[in-house]
Structure formats: C-alpha cells, structure tokens
Write a protein that binds this ligand. Structure first.
Ligand code: GTP
Length: 449
C-alpha cells in the first residue's frame, strides 16, 4: 500500500508521466478500478481500465461523488468508509456492494487510503477496488453445497466420521455427523471433545479386535471393515465400521469412515445361525455346530496349553422307556434331560446332541481333574428327575464316558476315547461315569443298575 501511495505521489507530481514509471504501470496494469478523490469524496482521476472494472465511463464519474457508485449511495458503506478514513486517518478495507452503469450489482473489495499532498497538505483519498463478485458467488455456492451435503449426511442412517491417529497410534475424533447422537446418545461435539468417551463404549474384547484390524489396515493401507459391539445404556448394539486410511507426512493417519447400526441384522443372523445349529427337540447344539464350536474353543485353549474335558452321554435303556411309555414320553425325557444338563453346566460349556439319545459335553476352562466331579453331579441330577407322564412318574438314568481333548488333539479321536469309556460305563452296569483311570476318584461310579 505504501509503495502504491509513493508511486501515486510521484505520478501526481508528474515525475513519471514522461516515461511510464511504477505509478503508470500500477494504474494501467492493476486488475481493478482505481480512483483519486478529493476530501469531499469527489472523483478527480481514475485509472485507464476503470470503466472495464467499475462499469462506468470515466466521464460519468469524474467530478461526481464516488459514493454514487454505491448500491445504496445515501447510507451505504462507501460513505461510511470514506468518513472513517477522514476521521481516523487510517486506511479502510472491506467489501462494498457497488452498482455498475447497467444496473448490475457487484461486490468490490475496496481499500481506501488517505493521502496528504505536500506542500499544502491537501487531502486526497486513494480508492482501489477489485471485483470479487464471482469469487463470492462461488463461495456462496460452495457454502450452500456444503450446507446441503451436511444436511444429507446428517439424515444418513449412520455416522460419517474422520478420525486421526498420531504417530504413536493415539486416536482423536476430528469429525462425526449428527447420526452419532442417535447411535450412541453422545453429541458429535461431546465425542470430539473426548474421543475416549466414545471409544470407551466399545466392548473390551471388540476394542482389541478393532485395534488389531486398524493396525493391519495401516500396514496394507487397505480399507478396513469390522463389526463391533457398543455397550449402551439401553443394551448392547452391533455396529459395522468401515474406514479408509490415509497416511500423512507427519506419521499420523487419517481414517475416513462410516458407522452403521447393524443390530437388527445381527439378531436375524444369530436367529438363523441358532436355528441351523440347534436341535429343535432339546435346544442343544447339533453335531455340526458342536464340531465348529469345539474347534474355536480348542484354538483358544491351544494358546494357553489347556486340555479340555469332554464326555459322551447316553440315556440308559432308552429303548425300553420308549417301548413302555411311548415315543412322546421318550421325547419328554430327552427334553427334561437336556434342561437338567443345562442347569448343571455353565452357559459357555458346549452341550450337543450328537445322535438319537447320545449327547456330548465339552467343559470350557475346566481342569481335567475337576471334570469327574462335575459329570458325577450331572449324573446324579438326571437320576433325580421326576418325569410325569400321564400321571405316572418316570425315572431314567444316564451313562457318561469321559476323555480329555489335548490342546492339539483330534476331536474325532477324543470322541472315540469317550465312546469307549461310555461303552465301559454301560458294560459295568450303566448310570455311572467312566474315564481315564488317573482322573477317577476313589469309589467313583453310580448306582449301577
Ligand atoms: N422318543 C425318542 N426316542 C429316540 C429319539 N432318538 C432315538 N430314540 C430312541 O432311543 C433308543 C436307543 O436305543 P438303544 O440304542 O438300543 O439303547 P438303549 O435302549 O438306550 O440302551 P443302552 O444305551 O444300552 O442303555 C431307540 O429306541 C431310538 O428309537 C428321539 O428323538 N425320541
């Protein structure tokens, strides 16, 4: 600005009129309108390109007050800006809405600088304008577009987010759309303020899974996708998270992604999975599901080098029960037997119907030397079932064959061992537990019949 002022002074003094100097160059090359005003705001001179930029021929404005350019000449910003400059003797910068001769309104970024001309110190005002209408329209358009986009995002049935992980892996939520509130009852502002508050909702097991998945994606820079559970006041909800990583030069990573509540879908999936993996009569898992579940439990046990107690269970003289009381009574006995087993076992032990009246149990997180007592209690509980059929109380018993599944052992092989132990139990009189002799407590066995 100071350079323009000095150049302007030199130009006014005629120093640079003979050969084009900086002032002339500025005036002829400046991509906007330039005016020199007297202290009353009357236009004394304009730059050569004035008409192109301001939309008025010099003849229309020279000798007239500059404020006539203002869209509201009487009380518009131009008059206030000039007054500000004259009273404070400070430059003024701002955007003025001006009207061209053809009536079009244009936004002009305006700088007004007070000049005092020596030796008389006559006051002059230098006004430099640059038409920013296009820029403002684009800005407005972008802002409207962003607002519409924000509106659309806030109506999405999910959450759009951006998260940053610093080089040390510390996460920080940079953005979350409004959907976060419906999903977690946290506002985006609360979650951005305290990222841990949001991440703390993830079940611990799933948090480890999330961290592992993010770490893998970071290495491959592939999209990551996983399902995690959030522990919310109204229960656990399943959320599908998808995110794409972008590595930054400072070692941090940006994750842009989506969170979608998939609880209903998961519940349907569980229902279907339960149906295809469950025996309808007894509610026990079926043979196929048992093999799948045992493989998972065994994979975990392998990490800890744990052996798993397994038993085959077979109702005694079941054919006779069917023959005497009817097949329906047999079904009732099977149901009562399964219910008793579930009562005696813990929810995470695996209990399956392997065949007709043949069942299998795998005890999870149980030392082999504790197994015998558990199965013995189960045997006793079955013995105590009073099954009422058509006014008659029926009793029945079960024989159990115990075996130990080594952490890296074969399930088929161990089921074979348990089957042989079961055969022994039948052979030795039924209603008893048989198994490896080293596990057998002194005086083991049931009330053999
Ligand atoms: N009611 C009913 N009976 C079944 C079902 N599945 C198998 N059974 C019967 O279970 C009986 C099994 O008989 P066996 O294998 O001879 O054995 P058991 O009579 O129990 O004799 P032991 O096992 O030697 O004590 C057969 O009569 C089958 O028909 C079922 O779903 N419902």
């Amino acid at each position: 600005m100071e350079r323009i002022r000095r150049a302007w002074h030199r130009w006014l003094a005629g120093e640079e009129r003979a050969a084009p100097g900086l002032g002339d160059l500025l005036l002829s090359r400046y991509p906007g309108a330039v005016m020199l005003l007297d202290e009353k705001g009357v236009v004394l001179e304009v730059n050569p390109d004035f008409e192109r930029h301001a939309g008025h021929a010099p003849s229309q404005i020279l000798g007239r007050r500059a404020v006539t350019l203002d869209a509201a000449p009487l009380h518009g910003g131009f008059a206030l800006a000039l007054e500000h400059c004259l009273t404070t003797r400070q430059p003024w910068r701002g955007v003025l809405l001006c009207r061209r001769a053809d009536g079009a309104l244009r936004h002009q970024t305006t700088m007004i600088q007070l000049l005092s001309e020596p030796p008389s110190d006559t006051l002059r005002l230098l006004v430099i304008q640059y038409d920013v209408t296009g820029m403002r329209e684009r800005e407005l358009h972008d802002r409207q577009l962003l607002a519409r986009l924000g509106d659309t995002i806030s109506h999405l049935p999910g959450v759009v987010f951006r998260m940053r992980q610093d080089a040390a892996g510390r996460p920080e939520l940079l953005y979350a759309s409004e959907g976060l509130m419906a999903l977690t009852a946290l506002t985006p502002a609360q979650a951005m303020d305290d990222t841990e508050r949001l991440l703390g909702l993830i079940l611990e097991e799933d948090r480890r899974w999330l961290e592992m998945t993010l770490a893998q994606s970071l290495v491959s820079l592939d999209d990551c996708q996983l399902e995690i559970r959030l522990d919310l006041p109204d229960g656990v909800r399943w959320v599908e998270a998808r995110a794409r990583p972008q590595r930054r030069r400072d070692g941090s990573t940006l994750w842009d992604g989506l969170l979608i509540d998939v609880t209903e879908r998961k519940e349907e999936e569980f229902k279907v999975r339960r149906l295809v993996s469950t025996d309808i009569l007894t509610g026990a898992m079926n043979r196929r599901a048992f093999f799948e579940q045992v493989a998972m439990v065994q994979a975990r046990a392998l990490r800890h080098g744990q052996a798993l107690p397994l038993a085959m269970l077979d109702l005694d003289h079941f054919k006779a029960l069917n023959d005497t009381h009817g097949h329906a009574a047999g079904d009732l006995a099977l149901e009562a037997f399964a219910a008793t087993c579930r009562e005696c076992l813990r929810p995470y032990d695996l209990f399956a119907r392997i065949g007709g009246e043949e069942f299998a149990v795998l005890l999870v997180d149980t030392a082999p030397d504790e197994a015998w007592a558990i199965f013995e209690r189960l045997r006793e509980a079955v013995e105590e079932i009073d099954l009422e059929v058509d006014g008659t109380i029926i009793h029945f018993t079960v024989s159990l064959g115990l075996a130990i599944l080594a952490p890296d052992g074969s399930l088929d092989g161990t089921l074979g061992d348990a089957d042989r132990a079961l055969y022994r139990a039948k052979h030795e009189g039924r209603n008893r537990v048989c198994g490896p002799v080293d596990l057998e407590p002194a005086g083991a066995g049931g009330n053999g019949t």
